[in-house]
Design a protein around this ligand. Structure first.
Ligand SMILES: [Zn+2]
Length: 85
């Protein structure tokens, strides 16, 4: 990501690693402009910057039950259903 500081100097940063933003030349800390690529969102979304991609399936075992109560205890939180609702 490219930042243009108030002093006019441009610096390249990794937004995941850079914590304190300062101009390495004169120590300016005010950012005048950010040149960032559009965000990439994975999942269900819509809009001009969205990229549609098929995600891999996730295996889920919903057959595990509690040994005493018989309630489902798998990775999904399931609601017990009674015949009358
Ligand atoms: Zn500067």
């Amino acid at each position: 990501m490219r930042l243009v500081m108030k002093c006019g100097h441009a610096i390249e940063i990794d937004p995941d690693k850079t914590i304190v933003l300062t101009c390495p030349i004169d120590g300016e800390r005010i950012v005048a402009r950010v040149d960032a690529p559009p965000p990439r969102i994975v999942g269900v979304a819509s809009g001009p910057h969205m990229q549609t991609r098929q995600l891999p399936a996730i295996a889920v075992d919903a057959t595990q039950t509690h040994p005493e109560t018989g309630d489902p205890v798998g990775p999904l939180t399931l609601k017990k259903v009674t015949p009358n609702g």
